[in-house]
Design a protein around this ligand. Structure first.
Ligand SMILES: Nc1nc2c(ncn2[C@@H]2O[C@H](COP(=O)(O)OP(=O)(O)O)[C@@H](O)[C@H]2O)c(=O)[nH]1
Ligand SMILES: [Mg+2]
Length: 441
């Protein structure tokens, strides 16, 4: 399955100036390439300090060499690693030396990981977890990605598959053998096993998208009347001057986004145009965008001016997403706060820390997975699980008297689950999936 005839190489660390850069080689010529650049090899998995030389014997750099013998390596193939000084000229010279060797070519994005999957080192969900780990910007993202890379989702989905395979076997047996030849109540037992698995899949699906929110970031929209101080509040949260603040109502028209780490949870906070009916066509478009953003956000924060106390009329949909009301300009007008209300001054910074604390708690409540089982993290998995769920619903309908239909639908469910982990027909998917595995390119 793997195109193991080629040995591939690539810079595995981010390009640019750095103390150390790691260049990795994988495939049948990996050991030969290490010998060509660094001379006789140490024992596998043992780092040695060596001079690395170009094809005519000139020294390129001095660094660490180590190699791993197949299959005990990341890719499952022979792998060599050159740890050199992370300067452009050094890295370019090592890559040029490798390019000059026969049978070697530059790796495509994600090709090392792809070979690892093809050689059975880990499954597709773990590979996706690895991509998420490399991309993780906050602690919650890191934890979720590492859990997935360690096989939590693979275990869950493969566990369901194993149990379904057993029930499929009983359904097949019920087709092939007569009642007397089978243990009593076989189909009934298969049916209740299917019901349990279907219940587990339904609970996994019904998680309000927590895992996806942690991967992609929680969206928070700041909305409110013009001049309430939404842009000032965004700047206070971002601790920099992102949005234009002005006493002229209707200054903000576009949605302005800032990505923040709220206590480990990734969030995108959006400042929006002030909600009012007046204004020209451009401002009205701004209001339309503000409302659309609020509707697409997990959390909506209503910012009000504590001196005027005007509150805009909100749609029912936005009201349900409204998590917090911020009374701003507390330096001008002190304000008693009720439940889910805070009082701040975006200008002086009073109350901002408490506001961030409340917002962090709200973000955690939405994104935290309280359950022991790992969360669903990708739309690709969700789609396949919904297919599996449909197939199981049909299998349950057929379970009483149509074992052949039951067996067929269990097979469809197995296929859907197998596509998530990469067990069945994913060849055409692999190119798409591994395109995102692109370190420093
Ligand atoms: N005194 C005081 N003025 C504020 C405060 N926050 C914002 N402002 C002022 O209110 C006006 C409108 O602020 P801005 O952030 O542009 O409001 P937006 O229209 O809701 O984005 C500006 O003149 C700000 O300087 C505050 O906490 N106290
Ligand atoms: Mg504004």
């Amino acid at each position: 399955m793997s195109q193991a005839s080629h040995t591939i190489y690539a810079l595995s660390t981010a390009p640019g100036r750095a103390g150390v850069a790691v260049i990795r080689v994988s495939g049948p010529e990996a050991v030969g390439s290490a010998r060509a650049l660094a001379g006789p090899l140490p024992a596998p998995r043992t780092a040695v300090l060596r001079h690395f030389r170009d094809p005519v014997g000139r020294i390129i750099d001095r660094g660490l060499l180590l190699w791993f013998a197949a299959p005990e390596s990341f890719t499952g193939e022979d792998v060599a690693e050159f740890h050199v000084h992370g300067g452009r000229a050094v890295v370019d010279a090592v890559l040029a030396a490798l390019a000059s060797l026969p049978g070697l070519r530059l790796a495509a994005p994600g090709e090392f990981t792809r070979r690892a999957v093809e050689n059975g080192k880990f499954d597709l969900t773990a590979a996706e977890g690895l991509a998420d780990l490399v991309n993780a910007e906050t602690d919650a993202q890191r934890r979720q990605a590492l859990r997935q890379y360690d096989g939590a989702l693979a275990d869950l989905y493969e566990g369901w598959r194993a149990r379904l395979i057993e029930q499929a076997a009983w359904a097949e047996a019920a087709i092939d053998f007569s009642d007397e030849d089978l243990p009593e109540g076989v189909l009934k037992r298969a049916r209740s096993a299917l019901e349990i698995i279907a219940g587990e899949i339904a609970r996994h699906l019904d998680d309000s998208g927590r895992g996806e929110i942690v991967r992609e970031g929680l969206r928070i929209a700041l909305i409110g009347p013009p001049n309430a101080g939404k842009s000032s509040l965004l700047n206070a949260l971002a601790k920099r001057d992102v949005a234009i603040v002005s006493e002229i109502p209707g200054t903000t028209r576009d949605v302005i986004e800032v990505r923040l780490d709220l206590g480990g949870y990734p969030v995108t906070i959006a400042d929006t145009a002030g909600l009012r009916d007046a204004g020209n066509g451009i401002e009205q478009e701004g209001v339309r965008r503000a409302l659309a953003r609020a509707e697409a956000s997990e959390l909506v924060v209503l910012v009000l001016d504590g001196t005027s106390r005007a509150r805009p009329q909100l749609s029912k949909d936005i009201e349900t997403r409204l998590c917090l009301t911020v009374w701003n300009k507390r330096d001008l007008a002190a304000h008693d706060t009720g439940k889910n209300e805070v009082s701040v001054s975006a200008m002086t910074g009073e109350g901002i820390d408490a506001f961030v604390g409340v917002l962090t708690a709200k973000a955690r409540a939405i994104a935290d997975t309280h359950s022991e089982s790992p969360p669903l993290t990708r739309a690709r998995h969700r789609e396949a699980l919904l297919k599996a769920q449909d197939a199981l619903t049909r299998a349950l309908c057929a379970a009483d008297d149509r074992p052949e239909l039951m067996a067929e639908d269990i097979r469809l469910a197995l296929r859907a689950l197998g596509r998530i982990t990469g067990r069945v027909d994913v060849e055409e998917l692999l190119d798409v999936i591994f395109r995102e595995f692109c370190i420093g390119k």
